[in-house]
Design a protein around this ligand. Structure first.
Ligand SMILES: [Zn+2]
Length: 418
């Protein structure tokens, strides 16, 4: 028996082959969830799997699983993977890199005839992106029991397509994949993904060992004053909600992020009522996107937002109403998994750092049902959700080597604990 090794050329060829499915003229991919292109990618992965003698399964959400048996096949599998769907003008690595690197790990284990203690499964989660059918991370959310898929039955896509119709067609397109229940037990989950941000590349690091996914909270702030004529209302007679809103935004920008390097605050949307060029508005609404890795800090920032908005509103004689539009708590990955991945990176002499993910990933929900962690590799200029997305061949190789090393190490540790 030889020790298992990643074949970098094989992985490159696979990435190339999948990048042709839904290829766009600008070099990206349009392979949106449950589309004919998505089905073609699933078919290719299933065929590659069957050619190696791996079993193929899918569940009611069309999450796709490729299984390589272990010594004791009654143990719950260790899952590795990501997603195959893309943004409408997406890159060829977002999702595909993690899924195909995981498949390369399975092939490397098979090449070396290495028997793992329990089964290892590659997973491709359904509709991570959420661009065609909202919300995103649907497949993993339903798998983890965090959402009931029945609520999406009558959902229509951005192109008018029926979610349930497209889901049924996708399931039917892979009749050889045995159907199994949603949310089958697993022993752990490791997801490799591109960073989708600039920090690893800027710091010259090969690997990000991801400790969690930051929480996100969307607030809608409505400031109400008094409408008036722009020309005839002198300053002392104005109750202008725009002046109050500007004061709020200024105070928030000056305080939240400068005082906490892990905090994110973004105002992405502003609207006025009536929205007339020559009228003092009656009301101004604006959105707040707040993010932080710690739930307690997210609560504290929301408290700060409420105080600042109240004070600035009062200064202008305006009333303020704040409602929550979305609340996703932070995901915290398993310390044991994080340490194992970090140690594996050390054994491979890959410079790494621990970091929090700024974006959502399927791992966010998997962390609720099994020990979970993620591996990030750098992407050029941090560009993602963009056809120009690019990952250097050396980073592809480094990531896959680490995924293999970490998979073997985690599988052994899990077996000892079982
Ligand atoms: Zn992704």
């Amino acid at each position: 028996m030889t020790s298992p090794a990643i074949k970098a050329e094989r992985l490159q060829q696979r990435l190339e082959a999948f990048s042709h499915i839904g290829a766009t003229p600008a070099g990206g991919v349009n392979r949106q969830a449950l589309s004919p292109e998505d089905r073609e990618a699933r078919r290719l992965l299933a065929e590659l799997a069957q050619a190696r003698g791996f079993q193929v399964f899918q569940d009611a959400m069309a999450n796709l699983f490729i299984r390589r048996s272990g010594r004791d096949d009654s143990l719950p599998p260790l899952l590795i993977g990501s997603h195959l769907d893309s943004q409408p003008t997406g890159g060829r690595f977002d999702g595909a890199l993690g899924t195909l690197s995981a498949f390369e790990v399975l092939e490397a284990l098979e090449d070396a005839r290495l028997e793992t203690p329990g089964p290892i499964e590659v997973v491709a989660w359904t509709n991570e992106e959420g661009s065609r059918f909202a919300p995103g991370v649907m497949g993993s959310m339903a798998f983890a029991g965090a959402a009931d898929p029945a609520q999406w039955q009558s959902l229509a896509g951005s192109d008018g397509a029926s979610f349930s119709g497209e889901l049924a067609a996708t399931l039917a397109a892979l009749p050889e994949a045995a159907l199994r229940p949603l949310g089958t037990p697993l022993s752990g989950y490791i997801e490799l993904h591109i960073e989708q941000g600039p920090s690893l590349e800027k710091e010259g690091l090969a690997i990000g060992v991801v400790t969690g996914v930051q929480g996100t909270r969307w607030l809608k702030v409505t400031v109400t004053g008094e409408a008036g004529h722009a020309g005839t209302t002198p300053l002392p007679y104005r109750r202008d909600p725009m002046v109050a809103a500007v004061g709020m935004m200024h105070q928030l920008q000056a305080s939240v992020m400068p005082s906490d390097a892990d905090a994110r605050l973004t105002v992405g949307r502003i609207a006025t009522i009536p929205g007339s060029v020559n009228a003092i508005p009656k009301a101004v609404t604006f959105s707040l996107d707040l993010r932080h890795p710690l739930a307690a800090r997210l609560d504290a920032i929301e408290g700060e937002v409420r105080t600042i908005c109240r004070v600035e509103g009062e200064k202008q004689g305006c009333s303020v109403e704040i409602s929550m539009a979305f609340d996703m708590p932070p995901g915290v990955f398993a310390p044991g998994m994080i340490d194992t991945i970090e140690a594996a990176a050390g054994r491979l002499s890959l410079p790494s750092k621990k970091m929090v993910s700024g974006a959502f990933h399927d791992a966010l929900f998997l962390a609720r049902v099994a020990p979970t962690a993620m591996i990030f590799v750098p992407c050029r200029d941090g560009i993602s959700h963009n056809e120009a997305e690019h990952v250097e061949p050396a980073s592809i190789r480094d990531g896959a080597r680490l995924l293999l090393e970490a998979t073997i190490a985690v599988a052994d540790i899990l077996a000892k604990g079982a």
